[in-house]
Design a protein around this ligand. Structure first.
Ligand code: HEM
Length: 88
């Protein structure tokens, strides 16, 4: 089981966290990243879904802004965390 604390949070570096927290995207916060709330695009877990879409480049600009972009392995791990139910 993929854990947010052990496997996902360490994927974000301090620069990512410092850049995005003032914009309300709190990458290192489990409550934010596992929030069940939906929006106009996603029925549920919109926060994590938008983060994934930005990492994968499905939403633009792709993040982290200017790169280096995540490898497929890191993207797959994040998606596995989502598919397995957002474990803490
Ligand atoms: C919902 C998801 C996200 C949204 C809506 C978003 C949006 C933005 C926006 C609007 C900026 C400012 C761009 C500018 O100054 O022109 C930015 C900067 C940045 N974002 Fe994101 N972002 C998201 C997710 C992420 C993620 C997942 C990462 C890292 C893994 C990331 C890393 C960064 C960094 C490092 C910057 C600063 C770039 C710089 O000024 O050099 N962001 N983001």
């Amino acid at each position: 089981m993929v854990s947010f604390a052990a496997d996902i949070k360490p994927l974000f570096d301090q620069g990512d966290i410092d850049c995005m927290t003032p914009q309300g995207v709190i990458l290192d916060d489990y409550a934010y990243m596992s929030n069940k709330g939906g929006d106009a695009k996603y029925d549920d877990h919109a926060n994590a879904s938008h983060v994934y879409a930005r990492l994968a480049g499905d939403e633009k600009p792709r993040m982290p802004k200017g790169g280096p972009f995540w490898t497929q392995d890191k993207l797959d791990l994040f998606k596995k965390w989502m598919d397995e139910g957002y474990a803490p």
